[in-house]
Design a protein around this ligand. Structure first.
Ligand SMILES: N[C@@H](CCC(=O)N[C@@H](CS)C(=O)NCC(=O)O)C(=O)O
Length: 216
């Protein structure tokens, strides 16, 4: 299996974390690309992903792209029933939260952190305060939903960690950095849940140390 991936990418992190969690990482031929240097454009990535984006996995005759379905496929193939349950009710919950995080919660975090962290870190201009404010409204709206859902739950689906947590938590390392200006601390259940997630070995193994160090 060949994985095209990149540091500083929350979408790559969630897939790499699943590979660690499933004890599959040793089987992976890792092609780590520097996106800012445009390495993905000059690699052979386009042969397996027409979007020329990471994460992408080439596995036999399958080209896996889009992080969330890639995670689910890896889990199903490994028979990881506990980590990614297949019963219809659980599968609906997993797909619902994955859709929700991509469209709403993590989208808001991504929009804020693009302005507050990525642009300054890589010399891409001043943060756009209007965009930060607008995305901030969405962050509060959807963080409140997450905070309420996590009341009385250790993880997204209940007592044990699932792939859903890796998806919903994908941008939380960025959001936890004070430089991000994401008001995560307003949401006690969310911060407590993310601390639990950070202790999960597969998630801990993929912490974006380089970005965090660079931003401090
Ligand atoms: N929806 C895609 C997003 C993939 C994506 O945007 N990847 C970024 C890194 S986080 C990328 O490859 N950027 C390079 C580019 O767009 O040229 C997924 O879930 O995998």
């Amino acid at each position: 299996m060949k994985l095209y991936t990149a540091d500083i990418s929350p979408n790559c992190r969630r897939v790499e974390a699943v590979l660690h969690h499933l004890d599959l990482y040793d089987e992976v031929d890792v092609c780590r690309l520097n996106l800012l240097a445009g390495e993905h454009m000059s690699s052979d990535l386009s042969a397996s992903n027409p979007n020329v984006k990471v994460p992408t996995i080439v596995m036999g005759d399958m080209n896996l792209w889009e992080a969330n379905p890639t995670m689910i496929y890896l889990c199903d193939r490994a028979g990881a029933e506990g980590f990614c349950p297949t019963d219809p009710k659980s599968r609906f919950e997993i797909l619902r939260w994955m859709s929700w995080e991509a469209q709403h919660y993590n989208r808001a975090i991504a929009e804020i952190t693009w302005e507050t962290m990525v642009k300054p870190l890589f010399g891409m201009g001043e943060p756009d305060e209007a965009k930060i404010e607008s995305a901030g409204h969405n962050f509060h709206r959807f963080a409140a939903v997450l905070n309420s859902h996590l009341e009385g739950r250790s993880y997204m689906l209940g007592d044990s960690v699932t792939a859903t947590d890796f998806a919903v938590g994908a941008y939380s390392a960025l959001a936890s950095n004070p430089l991000s200006r994401v008001p995560l601390d307003d949401y006690a259940n969310v911060t407590a849940w993310y601390q639990r997630l950070e202790a999960v070995p597969g998630w801990a193994a993929t912490a974006p140390i380089r970005l965090m160090e660079a931003a401090e």
